[in-house]
Write a protein that binds this ligand. Structure first.
Ligand code: BG6
Length: 494
């Protein structure tokens, strides 16, 4: 199905093309875009890698990954003719000159109008040098557009992020840099904005008069897998909170933009992220909880403790769980806590937002046994995708008892069939030049400063780890964080 009129010719150069991300996400997404007729014959993809592969061998590998990840592989042989391998040593300027010659050749063959998209699916220490070499070799001098797509992590604190940003800006303008946050490509995350701004019934209630608190959870069953090396220097705060969790907070809390233009939406996100109250050292422990998984049982399987994982120190203090209470200092949200929670090896895989409304001004049903349930708006992001509204209704024909009822909308299989993954949405946006669902430097500045304050305090005091069993909802302190405010996590709600 062709959903737009104009195809965008482009040369897509993927650095790190033999890596896991490319094979699991990028090639399947690009293939699906091609299959859906969102890309046409004016497209070429160069997979750049260190390994000594031939073109044919690489194409075979890409085909296999696509066959593993996409059900319908119709037109795969046609697509693969657009894929090429280029061996390069990322630290050698000479090979970028060769890459330039090869790029020009493909540009002529496929009539790509000089449009170039560079995707860096590499370890972060290479982001800066590759971007420098792209400029030095002339790859960024092109008659079409040039765009740089960067995977996370973007720095490891504010200082390093700023340094990296300054380096990238030597070769690319801010509007040419697309910083990936794959949560922003998820359909239900994108739906937050639609739900808020396309429905008359929510926006009037979306403030501290009517909302008691907002809870955002992203829990995983998986442990650290084979990423112990990276995760040790990152932990849940930098791996999940600085980016995905705070991006969801921004979407839930921002003011209505004046239009759906990328710059208007981002301006509102930046504003609300700037209103996040920075924690003073003495406030960190009252508002944030860190945890690390010990051994335990998940789905009847014994799993090991984080400290026993591969490439993890046996006395590691890296948090695999974080929950926090955020305060947004503006007129709309004063007094409304935003609770966030994320962790590995938890009870279930669940990405969910629960908006809890305040009680009715006066409870007419107080004489019954049951207290009124809170009205909730639940946004299910994963694994189920949909929305539900929890209300109170009358229980029986006689009497005045109430019972909770639920109005639900589940995203249909038909909707879901149209996208492979968040990456497909994001790659397509980037080709179209739509930066709305990418992170702007101004957003990063605020999120890093917020996270740095917590990290700095945590580094000074050793935690008592491990403090939660695998297969649970995290340490008890995470529950206490809410009960101190008279609230509780809405677990197991759909
Ligand atoms: C990534 C983190 O950004 O997000 C991983 O680096 C995490 O540690 C993953 O597992 C979670 O993504 P999702 O889409 O499965 O919730």
């Amino acid at each position: 199905m062709n959903t737009h009129t104009k195809h965008i010719p482009c040369l897509i150069t993927i650095f790190g093309a033999t890596g896991d991300l490319s094979h699991r996400k990028l090639f399947p997404s690009l293939f699906h875009l091609y299959q859906q007729d969102n890309l046409d014959e004016h497209i070429a993809i160069i997979g750049v890698g260190r390994r000594d592969y031939t073109n044919d061998f690489f194409r075979e590998q890409v085909k296999q990954s696509i066959q593993t990840h996409v059900k319908d592989t119709d037109r795969l042989d046609e697509f693969i003719e657009h894929v090429f391998y280029f061996k390069n040593d990322v630290n050698e300027e000479e090979s970028y000159h060769e890459l330039l010659a090869f790029s020009n050749e493909l540009d002529d063959t496929f009539k790509l109008e000089g449009n170039r998209l560079f995707y860096l699916a590499m370890a972060p220490q290479f982001f800066g040098p590759i971007s420098d070499y792209l400029k030095a070799s002339g790859l960024t001098e092109t008659k079409g557009f040039k765009r740089l797509v960067i995977e996370k992590p973007f720095g490891s604190d504010f200082k390093s992020a700023e340094k990296l940003n300054n380096q990238l800006r030597q070769s690319f303008k801010e509007e040419e840099i697309y910083r990936i946050d794959h949560y922003l490509g998820k359909d239900m995350v994108q739906n937050i904005e639609v739900l808020r701004f396309a429905n008359a019934m929510f926006e009037p209630l979306w403030n501290n008069k009517y909302i008691s608190n907002i809870q955002i959870t992203s829990s995983e069953i998986l442990g650290v897998e084979d990423r112990g090396g990276y995760y040790e220097s990152s932990g849940a705060l930098k791996d999940m909170v600085q980016n995905h969790m705070l991006q969801m907070v921004a979407l839930l809390a921002m003011e209505a933009p004046i239009s759906l233009k990328s710059e208007d939406i981002r301006a509102e996100k930046v504003k609300v992220l700037k209103s996040l109250r920075q924690l003073k050292p003495e406030e960190v422990n009252q508002n944030f909880v860190r945890g690390q998984y010990g051994e335990g049982t998940i789905n009847d399987q014994r799993v090991i403790a984080y400290r026993d994982e591969d490439r993890v120190a046996s006395d590691s203090n890296t948090p695999t769980f974080v929950s926090g209470r955020l305060t947004i200092d503006n007129f709309r949200w004063a007094g409304v806590p935003f609770y966030i929670r994320t962790g590995k090896r938890m009870k279930s895989k669940c990405i969910q937002v629960v908006v809890e409304f305040k009680e009715v001004p006066m409870n007419l049903y107080y004489q019954t046994d049951r207290l009124l349930d809170s009205n909730l708006l639940v946004i299910n992001i994963q694994p189920n995708e949909g929305i539900s509204l929890h209300l109170n209704a009358k229980k029986s024909i006689q009497g005045i008892e109430t019972k909770p009822v639920q109005l639900s909308y589940a995203m249909s299989a038909q909707d879901k069939m149209n996208t492979v993954d968040a990456y497909e949405n994001l790659l397509f946006d980037c080709l179209k030049g739509d930066a709305t669902n990418f992170t702007h430097w101004e957003e990063l500045k605020s999120t890093w400063k917020f996270v740095d304050a917590i990290q700095e305090h945590w580094t000074m005091i050793d935690p008592n780890f491990p403090n939660y069993k695998s297969g649970t909802n995290g340490p008890i302190e995470s529950d206490l964080l809410l009960s101190r405010d008279g609230n509780h996590w809405w677990d197991d709600i759909q």
